[in-house]
Design a protein around this ligand. Structure first.
Ligand code: 5GP
Ligand code: MN
Length: 329
Protein backbone atom coordinates (compact mmCIF):
# COMPACT_ATOMS: atom_id res chain seq x y z
CA UNK A 1 0.00 0.00 0.00
CA UNK A 2 1.29 3.48 -0.81
CA UNK A 3 2.13 5.86 2.01
CA UNK A 4 -0.58 8.14 3.33
CA UNK A 5 -0.43 11.82 2.48
CA UNK A 6 -0.66 14.22 5.41
CA UNK A 7 -3.79 16.30 5.91
CA UNK A 8 -1.58 19.34 5.20
CA UNK A 9 -0.56 17.94 1.81
CA UNK A 10 -4.22 17.31 0.98
CA UNK A 11 -5.01 20.84 2.21
CA UNK A 12 -2.39 22.22 -0.18
CA UNK A 13 -4.13 20.46 -3.09
CA UNK A 14 -7.38 22.13 -1.96
CA UNK A 15 -5.64 25.53 -1.90
CA UNK A 16 -4.01 25.11 -5.29
CA UNK A 17 -7.16 24.21 -7.25
CA UNK A 18 -10.65 25.55 -7.87
CA UNK A 19 -12.80 22.78 -9.31
CA UNK A 20 -13.54 19.51 -7.54
CA UNK A 21 -15.70 16.43 -7.85
CA UNK A 22 -16.51 14.32 -4.83
CA UNK A 23 -17.43 10.78 -5.79
CA UNK A 24 -18.12 7.48 -4.08
CA UNK A 25 -18.83 3.82 -4.75
CA UNK A 26 -21.70 2.27 -6.72
CA UNK A 27 -24.88 1.58 -4.73
CA UNK A 28 -23.90 4.25 -2.24
CA UNK A 29 -24.66 3.80 1.46
CA UNK A 30 -24.86 6.39 4.24
CA UNK A 31 -21.10 6.66 4.59
CA UNK A 32 -20.63 7.16 0.85
CA UNK A 33 -23.26 9.89 0.45
CA UNK A 34 -22.57 11.45 3.87
CA UNK A 35 -18.84 11.68 3.18
CA UNK A 36 -19.17 13.33 -0.24
CA UNK A 37 -21.74 15.82 1.07
CA UNK A 38 -19.67 16.68 4.15
CA UNK A 39 -16.37 17.25 2.37
CA UNK A 40 -17.91 18.81 -0.73
CA UNK A 41 -19.80 21.32 1.33
CA UNK A 42 -16.70 22.22 3.35
CA UNK A 43 -14.91 22.92 0.04
CA UNK A 44 -17.82 25.03 -1.19
CA UNK A 45 -17.50 26.93 2.09
CA UNK A 46 -14.02 28.12 1.06
CA UNK A 47 -15.22 29.16 -2.39
CA UNK A 48 -14.47 26.07 -4.44
CA UNK A 49 -16.63 24.74 -7.25
CA UNK A 50 -17.84 21.26 -6.33
CA UNK A 51 -19.86 18.62 -8.13
CA UNK A 52 -21.25 15.66 -6.26
CA UNK A 53 -21.25 12.51 -8.37
CA UNK A 54 -22.29 8.95 -7.98
CA UNK A 55 -23.00 6.17 -10.45
CA UNK A 56 -26.48 5.65 -8.95
CA UNK A 57 -27.34 9.08 -7.51
CA UNK A 58 -28.61 9.50 -3.96
CA UNK A 59 -30.74 6.60 -2.65
CA UNK A 60 -34.30 7.40 -1.57
CA UNK A 61 -33.45 6.54 2.05
CA UNK A 62 -30.93 9.39 2.25
CA UNK A 63 -32.74 12.22 0.46
CA UNK A 64 -33.62 13.71 3.86
CA UNK A 65 -29.98 14.83 4.13
CA UNK A 66 -29.75 18.53 3.39
CA UNK A 67 -27.65 19.04 0.27
CA UNK A 68 -28.43 15.57 -1.11
CA UNK A 69 -30.29 17.19 -4.03
CA UNK A 70 -26.85 18.17 -5.35
CA UNK A 71 -25.87 14.53 -5.94
CA UNK A 72 -25.85 13.85 -9.68
CA UNK A 73 -25.92 10.53 -11.55
CA UNK A 74 -22.54 10.39 -13.29
CA UNK A 75 -23.86 9.07 -16.61
CA UNK A 76 -26.34 11.97 -16.79
CA UNK A 77 -24.00 14.68 -15.52
CA UNK A 78 -22.98 15.94 -18.98
CA UNK A 79 -19.49 17.36 -19.45
CA UNK A 80 -17.59 17.62 -16.18
CA UNK A 81 -14.57 19.94 -16.19
CA UNK A 82 -12.59 19.12 -13.11
CA UNK A 83 -9.12 19.62 -11.71
CA UNK A 84 -9.35 17.42 -8.61
CA UNK A 85 -11.39 14.23 -8.11
CA UNK A 86 -11.84 13.06 -4.53
CA UNK A 87 -12.93 9.43 -4.12
CA UNK A 88 -14.45 8.75 -0.72
CA UNK A 89 -15.26 5.43 0.97
CA UNK A 90 -14.27 3.62 -2.24
CA UNK A 91 -12.04 0.59 -1.64
CA UNK A 92 -11.02 0.08 -5.27
CA UNK A 93 -10.75 2.61 -8.11
CA UNK A 94 -13.21 0.66 -10.27
CA UNK A 95 -15.85 0.60 -7.46
CA UNK A 96 -16.88 4.15 -8.51
CA UNK A 97 -18.55 2.60 -11.58
CA UNK A 98 -17.99 3.13 -15.30
CA UNK A 99 -19.22 6.68 -15.90
CA UNK A 100 -17.70 7.97 -12.66
CA UNK A 101 -14.42 6.24 -13.50
CA UNK A 102 -14.11 8.21 -16.74
CA UNK A 103 -14.74 11.48 -14.87
CA UNK A 104 -12.22 10.63 -12.12
CA UNK A 105 -9.63 9.76 -14.78
CA UNK A 106 -10.10 13.10 -16.52
CA UNK A 107 -9.00 14.96 -13.37
CA UNK A 108 -5.46 16.28 -12.98
CA UNK A 109 -5.24 15.05 -9.40
CA UNK A 110 -6.99 12.13 -7.67
CA UNK A 111 -7.38 12.09 -3.88
CA UNK A 112 -8.44 8.80 -2.28
CA UNK A 113 -9.86 8.97 1.25
CA UNK A 114 -11.12 5.72 2.73
CA UNK A 115 -11.24 3.33 5.68
CA UNK A 116 -11.15 -0.04 3.88
CA UNK A 117 -8.09 -2.11 4.72
CA UNK A 118 -8.13 -3.57 1.19
CA UNK A 119 -7.75 -0.13 -0.45
CA UNK A 120 -4.54 -0.29 -2.53
CA UNK A 121 -3.99 3.49 -2.53
CA UNK A 122 -4.92 4.25 -6.16
CA UNK A 123 -4.90 8.05 -5.78
CA UNK A 124 -2.15 10.62 -6.33
CA UNK A 125 -2.80 11.48 -2.69
CA UNK A 126 -4.14 8.76 -0.40
CA UNK A 127 -5.44 8.80 3.11
CA UNK A 128 -6.47 5.30 4.19
CA UNK A 129 -7.23 4.79 7.86
CA UNK A 130 -8.67 1.36 8.57
CA UNK A 131 -8.90 2.18 12.30
CA UNK A 132 -11.64 4.64 11.47
CA UNK A 133 -15.10 2.99 11.57
CA UNK A 134 -16.43 5.29 8.85
CA UNK A 135 -14.99 7.47 6.11
CA UNK A 136 -17.20 10.20 7.61
CA UNK A 137 -15.00 10.20 10.70
CA UNK A 138 -11.87 10.76 8.55
CA UNK A 139 -13.65 13.61 6.76
CA UNK A 140 -14.47 15.15 10.14
CA UNK A 141 -10.79 14.94 11.18
CA UNK A 142 -9.70 16.44 7.87
CA UNK A 143 -12.17 19.33 8.13
CA UNK A 144 -11.05 20.01 11.71
CA UNK A 145 -7.31 19.72 10.93
CA UNK A 146 -7.56 22.12 7.99
CA UNK A 147 -9.95 24.44 9.81
CA UNK A 148 -12.51 24.18 6.99
CA UNK A 149 -16.05 25.38 7.68
CA UNK A 150 -18.26 22.75 9.33
CA UNK A 151 -21.72 23.76 8.11
CA UNK A 152 -25.02 22.21 9.17
CA UNK A 153 -24.91 20.12 5.99
CA UNK A 154 -21.45 18.77 6.81
CA UNK A 155 -22.40 18.24 10.45
CA UNK A 156 -25.51 16.18 9.69
CA UNK A 157 -23.78 14.27 6.88
CA UNK A 158 -20.83 13.25 9.05
CA UNK A 159 -23.21 12.05 11.75
CA UNK A 160 -25.28 9.93 9.35
CA UNK A 161 -22.16 8.59 7.59
CA UNK A 162 -20.72 7.41 10.89
CA UNK A 163 -23.97 6.26 12.48
CA UNK A 164 -24.90 4.08 9.49
CA UNK A 165 -21.41 2.53 9.17
CA UNK A 166 -21.19 1.70 12.89
CA UNK A 167 -24.70 0.22 13.30
CA UNK A 168 -25.72 3.31 15.31
CA UNK A 169 -22.40 3.58 17.18
CA UNK A 170 -22.53 -0.09 18.23
CA UNK A 171 -19.97 -2.07 16.18
CA UNK A 172 -16.61 -2.91 17.77
CA UNK A 173 -14.80 -0.53 15.40
CA UNK A 174 -16.52 2.40 17.11
CA UNK A 175 -13.81 4.34 18.97
CA UNK A 176 -13.58 6.86 21.78
CA UNK A 177 -12.98 9.46 19.12
CA UNK A 178 -16.22 8.45 17.36
CA UNK A 179 -18.20 9.34 20.49
CA UNK A 180 -16.19 12.53 21.04
CA UNK A 181 -16.89 13.51 17.45
CA UNK A 182 -20.61 12.79 17.91
CA UNK A 183 -20.61 14.93 21.07
CA UNK A 184 -18.96 17.76 19.14
CA UNK A 185 -21.58 17.47 16.38
CA UNK A 186 -24.33 17.65 19.01
CA UNK A 187 -22.66 20.73 20.51
CA UNK A 188 -22.84 22.27 17.02
CA UNK A 189 -26.62 21.91 17.09
CA UNK A 190 -27.26 18.44 15.63
CA UNK A 191 -30.76 17.26 16.53
CA UNK A 192 -30.10 13.63 17.54
CA UNK A 193 -33.74 12.54 17.92
CA UNK A 194 -34.80 13.99 14.59
CA UNK A 195 -31.86 12.74 12.54
CA UNK A 196 -32.07 9.21 13.99
CA UNK A 197 -35.78 9.08 13.25
CA UNK A 198 -35.17 10.18 9.67
CA UNK A 199 -32.37 7.63 9.31
CA UNK A 200 -33.93 4.60 11.00
CA UNK A 201 -37.67 5.02 11.58
CA UNK A 202 -38.75 6.01 8.13
CA UNK A 203 -39.06 2.80 6.11
CA UNK A 204 -41.35 2.47 3.11
CA UNK A 205 -43.81 -0.41 3.56
CA UNK A 206 -42.26 -2.39 0.69
CA UNK A 207 -39.18 -2.84 2.90
CA UNK A 208 -41.31 -4.56 5.52
CA UNK A 209 -42.62 -6.81 2.74
CA UNK A 210 -39.00 -7.51 1.84
CA UNK A 211 -38.26 -8.40 5.46
CA UNK A 212 -41.16 -10.87 5.42
CA UNK A 213 -39.86 -12.49 2.22
CA UNK A 214 -36.34 -12.72 3.60
CA UNK A 215 -37.50 -14.27 6.87
CA UNK A 216 -39.34 -16.90 4.86
CA UNK A 217 -36.05 -17.70 3.09
CA UNK A 218 -33.99 -17.88 6.30
CA UNK A 219 -31.77 -20.94 6.78
CA UNK A 220 -29.30 -21.85 9.50
CA UNK A 221 -26.48 -24.38 9.74
CA UNK A 222 -27.01 -27.34 12.09
CA UNK A 223 -24.66 -25.84 14.68
CA UNK A 224 -26.46 -22.49 14.45
CA UNK A 225 -23.24 -20.61 13.66
CA UNK A 226 -24.13 -19.63 10.10
CA UNK A 227 -27.39 -18.01 9.02
CA UNK A 228 -28.26 -17.00 5.48
CA UNK A 229 -31.11 -15.94 3.31
CA UNK A 230 -31.59 -14.95 -0.31
CA UNK A 231 -33.53 -12.59 -2.51
CA UNK A 232 -34.62 -13.52 -6.01
CA UNK A 233 -35.40 -11.26 -8.96
CA UNK A 234 -38.96 -12.56 -8.76
CA UNK A 235 -39.41 -11.26 -5.20
CA UNK A 236 -37.81 -7.94 -6.14
CA UNK A 237 -40.32 -7.54 -8.93
CA UNK A 238 -43.26 -8.64 -6.81
CA UNK A 239 -42.65 -5.90 -4.23
CA UNK A 240 -41.23 -3.32 -6.66
CA UNK A 241 -38.00 -3.19 -4.65
CA UNK A 242 -35.17 -0.80 -5.44
CA UNK A 243 -31.45 -1.53 -5.01
CA UNK A 244 -31.13 0.35 -1.73
CA UNK A 245 -33.99 -1.51 0.00
CA UNK A 246 -31.80 -4.38 1.21
CA UNK A 247 -29.41 -2.03 3.05
CA UNK A 248 -29.07 -3.07 6.68
CA UNK A 249 -31.40 -6.10 6.43
CA UNK A 250 -28.54 -8.50 7.15
CA UNK A 251 -28.34 -7.07 10.67
CA UNK A 252 -31.52 -9.00 11.47
CA UNK A 253 -29.82 -12.39 11.02
CA UNK A 254 -26.48 -11.15 12.35
CA UNK A 255 -28.28 -10.42 15.62
CA UNK A 256 -29.36 -14.05 16.20
CA UNK A 257 -27.77 -15.59 19.30
CA UNK A 258 -25.08 -18.12 18.33
CA UNK A 259 -24.72 -16.85 14.78
CA UNK A 260 -21.10 -16.08 13.95
CA UNK A 261 -21.47 -15.47 10.21
CA UNK A 262 -24.51 -14.02 8.45
CA UNK A 263 -24.77 -14.09 4.67
CA UNK A 264 -27.17 -12.52 2.24
CA UNK A 265 -27.39 -13.71 -1.39
CA UNK A 266 -29.12 -11.49 -3.90
CA UNK A 267 -29.83 -12.11 -7.56
CA UNK A 268 -28.74 -9.21 -9.75
CA UNK A 269 -29.22 -8.62 -13.47
CA UNK A 270 -27.24 -10.62 -16.04
CA UNK A 271 -26.99 -13.69 -13.82
CA UNK A 272 -24.74 -12.01 -11.25
CA UNK A 273 -25.06 -12.62 -7.52
CA UNK A 274 -24.38 -10.07 -4.81
CA UNK A 275 -23.11 -11.54 -1.58
CA UNK A 276 -23.15 -9.56 1.64
CA UNK A 277 -21.37 -11.06 4.64
CA UNK A 278 -21.08 -10.18 8.34
CA UNK A 279 -18.99 -11.77 11.09
CA UNK A 280 -19.34 -11.42 14.84
CA UNK A 281 -15.98 -13.05 15.56
CA UNK A 282 -12.70 -11.45 14.55
CA UNK A 283 -11.21 -14.95 14.03
CA UNK A 284 -13.51 -15.36 11.02
CA UNK A 285 -12.46 -12.68 8.56
CA UNK A 286 -15.16 -11.74 6.02
CA UNK A 287 -12.79 -9.68 3.89
CA UNK A 288 -10.51 -12.70 3.42
CA UNK A 289 -13.44 -15.04 2.77
CA UNK A 290 -14.92 -12.67 0.20
CA UNK A 291 -11.45 -12.14 -1.27
CA UNK A 292 -11.42 -15.81 -2.33
CA UNK A 293 -14.20 -14.91 -4.78
CA UNK A 294 -12.81 -11.51 -5.87
CA UNK A 295 -14.72 -9.44 -3.29
CA UNK A 296 -13.48 -7.52 -0.27
CA UNK A 297 -14.36 -5.09 2.49
CA UNK A 298 -13.67 -5.18 6.21
CA UNK A 299 -12.93 -8.04 8.63
CA UNK A 300 -16.47 -7.97 10.03
CA UNK A 301 -18.40 -6.75 6.95
CA UNK A 302 -17.59 -7.55 3.35
CA UNK A 303 -19.13 -8.43 0.03
CA UNK A 304 -18.74 -10.06 -3.38
CA UNK A 305 -20.19 -9.75 -6.86
CA UNK A 306 -19.93 -13.19 -8.43
CA UNK A 307 -21.39 -15.25 -11.22
CA UNK A 308 -24.52 -17.25 -10.53
CA UNK A 309 -26.77 -19.03 -10.56
CA UNK A 310 -27.82 -18.41 -6.98
CA UNK A 311 -27.64 -22.04 -5.81
CA UNK A 312 -24.10 -22.47 -7.17
CA UNK A 313 -22.79 -19.21 -5.68
CA UNK A 314 -24.44 -20.05 -2.38
CA UNK A 315 -22.98 -23.54 -2.07
CA UNK A 316 -19.47 -22.30 -2.99
CA UNK A 317 -19.53 -19.48 -0.43
CA UNK A 318 -21.10 -21.58 2.33
CA UNK A 319 -18.47 -24.29 1.79
CA UNK A 320 -15.64 -21.77 2.32
CA UNK A 321 -17.37 -20.42 5.42
CA UNK A 322 -17.66 -23.94 6.80
CA UNK A 323 -13.92 -24.50 6.20
CA UNK A 324 -13.08 -21.21 7.96
CA UNK A 325 -15.27 -22.04 10.93
CA UNK A 326 -13.89 -25.59 11.26
CA UNK A 327 -10.29 -24.37 11.14
CA UNK A 328 -10.93 -21.64 13.73
CA UNK A 329 -12.43 -24.02 16.30
P1 5GP B 1 -22.42 -4.48 2.11
O1 5GP B 1 -22.51 -5.89 2.54
O2 5GP B 1 -23.06 -3.56 3.09
O3 5GP B 1 -22.84 -4.27 0.68
O4 5GP B 1 -20.88 -4.12 2.13
C1 5GP B 1 -20.09 -4.33 3.26
C2 5GP B 1 -18.67 -3.91 2.99
O5 5GP B 1 -18.08 -4.75 2.00
C3 5GP B 1 -18.55 -2.50 2.47
O6 5GP B 1 -17.49 -1.89 3.16
C4 5GP B 1 -18.22 -2.64 1.00
O7 5GP B 1 -17.35 -1.67 0.59
C5 5GP B 1 -17.61 -4.01 0.89
N1 5GP B 1 -18.10 -4.66 -0.32
C6 5GP B 1 -19.37 -5.00 -0.60
N2 5GP B 1 -19.46 -5.59 -1.80
C7 5GP B 1 -18.22 -5.63 -2.30
C8 5GP B 1 -17.65 -6.13 -3.54
O8 5GP B 1 -18.32 -6.66 -4.41
N3 5GP B 1 -16.31 -5.98 -3.69
C9 5GP B 1 -15.52 -5.41 -2.74
N4 5GP B 1 -14.21 -5.30 -2.98
N5 5GP B 1 -16.02 -4.94 -1.58
C10 5GP B 1 -17.35 -5.04 -1.36
MN1 MN C 1 -17.70 3.17 4.85
Amino acid sequence: MSKNATFQEIGQVFKDHDSFVVVSHVRPDGDAIGSILALGHALEGIGKTVRYLNEDGCPESLVFLPGSEKVEISSKAGPVEVEVAICLDTAAHSRVGEASFAIVNSAKVVINIDHHISNPGYGDFNFIDDSSPATGQIVYNLIKALDLPLSEISRDSIYVATSTDTGSFQYPGTTQQTYEMAADLVSLGLNVGEINQLTYDNQPFRKVELMRALLNALERSDDGRVAWWHLTNETKEEHQLIADDTEGMIDIIRSIKGVVIAVFFEELDEGKIRVSMRSKDKCINCSELCGIFGGGGHALAAGIRMTGPLEVARSKVLAKIREAINSSL
